[in-house]
Write a protein that binds this ligand. Structure first.
Ligand SMILES: *Cc1c(COP(=O)(O)O)cnc(C)c1O
Length: 366
């Protein structure tokens, strides 16, 4: 075993395998529960788009055939949706896949990436796989983006800068004017990846708008996913918009059939499901008000969220998470640098109420 470890690529020893939250099946088994309320992975409380389900049904008899390796029809649908060229669209097996492929395309061992802290762990993972260095830049007061600090962290070795808005796990947004200021301050040869996994949940006037100017800046990559708003996390499909030349290189490290048949069909159908998208956005806005008002009423700190989840300061985050589990409610805690917080994904109306009652019980709130 010692010998095997010495033959593994250097740097891999430092990578901690991703530990997802318990699945609902595991929790039910552990506590002998009949059902659980799963609010730990920012999934869509309304479920998948019904049009996506129909598309999957229709595709089943053709599962013996390989998918379209270039995801042509899906890329065309995405291009039309965002008013960009099809060659600006890249599709992946979830946006996790795209983050890894971008890392593999650009990062050498001495290179650096700049990431906000706390934020989504996959950015640092992509760098770690390539043995590149991660420069973490703490968010400012109330988890707001600190543009000066991000710009200052960039040096000769920086290849990629990530910004996540609304940010996971804080829910806070990068404001449009700050995005412009950041791009203005960064050199021409640094790629800026905007992760907009939750940007379509917000209708806040300050949010980053995906204008033509943004999408046609050759330094800019914009990430989207079908896992959250569209309710298709289990299918694994995400996409990115960026410069066609950039994609011509990323394609070289992509697996030939990285997005499966059902994912391609379901994603295209979900994109056309205006009713499901509207209902999802509306439901999240309502849940946000409910949780924010509850937190205020009980004097719990909660940064202003524009996503489909909220970060709550409960004292000992992991302790709160574990106690909620005994009530059949799954939330997420243990984010680095946030030992006192839990992140709660919004559920259905009924799940939200059950979660708040469980929180009141475990936190002994009147
Ligand atoms: C959930 C999430 C994603 C989506 O990942 P998929 O691989 O598409 O499921 C991307 N970025 C952030 C910040 C997320 O929270």
């Amino acid at each position: 075993m010692e010998q095997l470890a010495s033959r593994v690529r250097p740097g891999l020893q430092r990578i901690e395998p991703y530990v997802p939250g318990l699945t609902d099946d595991e929790l039910m088994r552990r506590f002998g529960l009949e059902r659980v309320i799963k609010l730990n992975a920012n999934e869509n409380a309304l479920g998948p788009s019904p049009l996506a389900l129909q598309a999957i049904q229709a595709e089943l008899p053709r599962l013996h055939h390989y998918p379209d390796g270039g995801s042509e029809e899906l890329r065309e649908a995405i291009a039309a949706f965002h008013h960009v060229g099809t060659d600006q669209v890249f599709v992946g097996n979830g946006s996790d896949d795209i983050i890894k492929l971008i890392s593999e395309t650009f990062l050498n061992p001495a290179d650096e990436i700049v990431v906000p802290v706390p934020s989504f762990s996959q950015y640092a993972f992509g760098a770690a796989v390539m043995q590149a260095q991660v420069r973490g830049v703490p968010l400012g007061p109330e988890f707001a983006y600190d543009i000066e600090a991000l710009a200052t962290a960039v040096n000769q070795r920086t290849k990629l800068v990530y910004v996540c808005s609304p940010n996971n796990p804080t829910g806070t947004i990068l404001r449009q004017e700050d995005a412009e200021r950041l791009l203005h301050q960064l050199p021409e040869n640094v790629i800026v990846v905007f992760d907009f996994a939750y940007n379509d949940f917000t209708e806040c006037p300050d949010r980053v708008v995906e204008s033509e100017a943004l999408l046609c800046d050759p330094r800019v990559v914009v990430l989207h996913t079908f896992s959250k708003l569209y309710g298709l996390a289990g299918l694994r499909v995400g996409y990115a918009l960026g410069d066609p030349e950039l994609w011509s290189f990323v394609h070289r490290v992509r697996e030939p059939f990285n997005v499966n048949r059902m994912a391609q069909r379901a994603a295209a159908a979900a994109l056309a499901d205006e009713a499901h998208r509207r209902a999802s956005i509306r439901h999240v806005a309502m849940s946000r008000n409910l949780f924010a008002a509850w937190a205020r009423r009980h004097g719990l700190q909660a940064p202003p969220t524009e996503a489909n989840f909220i970060l709550l300061r409960t004292g000992d985050g992991v302790e709160t998470m574990n106690r909620l589990m005994t009530h059949g409610v799954m939330v997420r805690a243990g984010f680095s640098g946030l030992p006192e917080w839990v992140r709660v994904t919004f559920g259905t109306e009924e799940e939200n109420e059950a979660c708040l009652r469980a929180l009141e019980a475990v936190l002994h709130l009147a």
